[in-house]
Write a new protein. Structure first.
Length: 461
């Protein structure tokens, strides 16, 4: 397993994991095995497909032992400023969405060369998690995939077109000048091409140090809209034949982990209530706070846990639910297996947290430390995923008009209908979202996610 080290600009690498027979002889080039391509997350500014907790060894061992062998390909791509810094007036110097185009390049490589490793280029599935899931959703709808047939199935885990903030070309242009200033480059009264040339001449280590520069650019080939919306539709629909859209029940745990360590943030209940009131008005804000039991006297840790549950529902669960309508054949998956490992959230209980889904599927940890009963659940879940990778077999009934889905939880792997997963707070939240007036293509879900939730997470004011 490669070391978990920092990447540089020469990061366009991929790792191919091949199965072995009991006699330790590698499958040959004629094996014609299904191919799973994994795109890692990390908010487009950190991460690597080679991180130890993404190790697919356990997953592949299970696949081989159950006569379901496959090739596992994890890809890397440029992140942060190297992957996404852009200004439209100098596209030939600093193009938009380099990181996403790196992913396309990797998929083209797979199409050309995977046969030499025993893979079937006609049976390629892409699986992405978090920002990797957003990438997978974007690629699935892109003309590149539709015209070139780069993959035919997808698993989208905890991410969608609205997961990470995207920026318009104008916003990218302003941010480009801001980042150039941070690099010590003179920007006033200068041609942007000259500034761009100075930027790409800067030592790559300094460019890598630019923080939070990982936003995809809209109004482009990969994001053909001005701003992503929760119920946004791409022209022509998805380019894949089948997809699994997945969410965990507490994806917001990633924000809890970061914000609970931020000593500059406090009085979460009051801050959240003020933002909700400013955006929704007093009556609807009160209803929202009541749904999640966030009140003036709620202590900070508890308030943050509940607000991050709102994030989980709005930015992940319902975003996934809306994405289920983007492909003719879709399977909806809800990961609800509590994370048993200690962390900042442990004081509030154990939840099915962001990233625990992919690490559980792949098994990148000491499986002997899992609670009793987890092993059987994980084994049954892996069998369903492997069948989908192999020949597109459904993990459950199709989502369809009835909204069927699959829950992976401590009680096992079981099918569920819309009534089962919408009961309680989710139905109340959905009713509230439907009451908010649509304006300029921005509906109630976009207001709740961007104007209320993301505003609280990013600024708290």
């Amino acid at each position: 397993m490669p070391a978990d080290e920092e990447q540089d600009e020469d990061c366009l690498t991929l790792s191919i994991h091949m199965p072995f027979t009991p006699s330790h002889t590698s499958f040959n080039a004629a094996a014609n095995l299904p191919v799973l391509v994994f795109i890692h997350g990390g908010a487009y500014f950190l991460g690597s497909g080679n991180r130890p907790y993404y190790s697919p060894t356990s997953f592949l061992s299970h696949a081989t032992s159950t006569s379901q062998p496959l090739l596992f390909v994890s890809i890397n791509y440029r992140l942060g400023a190297l992957g996404f810094l852009h200004t439209r007036t100098s596209t030939n110097i600093v193009p938009e969405n380099n990181g996403l185009h790196d992913q396309i390049l990797a998929l083209r490589w797979v199409q050309e060369f995977i046969g030499g490793f025993g893979g079937d280029k006609e049976n390629v599935m892409v699986m992405g998690q978090s920002a990797g899931a957003e990438s997978t959703a974007l690629l699935s709808h892109s003309s590149f995939v539709k015209e070139e047939g780069l993959f035919n199935k997808a698993i989208v885990m905890s991410g969608s077109q609205v997961t990470m903030p995207a920026m318009t070309p104008d916003e990218h242009a302003r941010n480009f000048l801001l980042q150039a200033d941070k690099l010590g480059i003179m920007t006033e009264n200068r041609d942007v091409d000259d500034i761009a040339q100075d930027v790409i001449a800067v030592d790559v280590e300094k460019i890598r140090e630019l923080a939070w520069v990982g936003s995809p650019c809209t109004m482009s080939a990969l994001l053909p809209f001005e701003r992503p919306t929760m119920r946004g539709k791409w022209n022509g629909g998805s380019g894949v034949e089948k997809q699994v859209i997945s969410t965990t029940t507490y994806d917001g745990g990633i924000s809890f982990n970061m914000m609970s360590r931020d000593e500059s943030r406090s009085n979460h209940a009051a801050s959240f209530t003020a933002i909700a009131t400013d955006v929704l008005g007093r009556e609807r804000a009160a209803r929202l706070c009541d749904i999640y039991e966030v009140y003036d006297n709620t202590p900070d840790p508890e308030a943050l846990q509940k607000i991050c549950l709102f994030e989980s529902d709005t930015g992940f669960f319902f975003a996934a639910l809306h994405l289920c309508t983007s492909s003719p054949t879709t399977y909806f998956q809800i990961f609800d297996l509590p994370n048993p490992f200690p962390g900042p959230l442990s004081s509030q209980g154990h939840f099915a947290t962001h990233t625990f889904d992919i690490t559980t599927l792949l098994g990148g940890y000491d499986e002997s430390s899992l609670p009793e009963g987890y092993g059987e659940v994980i084994s049954n879940w892996r069998d369903k995923i492997l069948a989908f990778v192999r020949d597109g077999a459904g993990i459950c009934e199709e989502f369809g008009e009835e909204g069927k889905g699959l829950i992976v939880g401590s009680e096992g792997v079981r099918e569920v209908d819309r009534e089962g997963y919408m009961a309680g707070r989710r139905q109340r939240l959905s009713d509230l979202a439907d009451e908010i007036d649509e304006k300029d293509g921005w509906d109630g879900w976009d207001v709740l996610w961007v104007d209320v939730c993301r505003r609280f997470l990013m600024k708290g004011e």
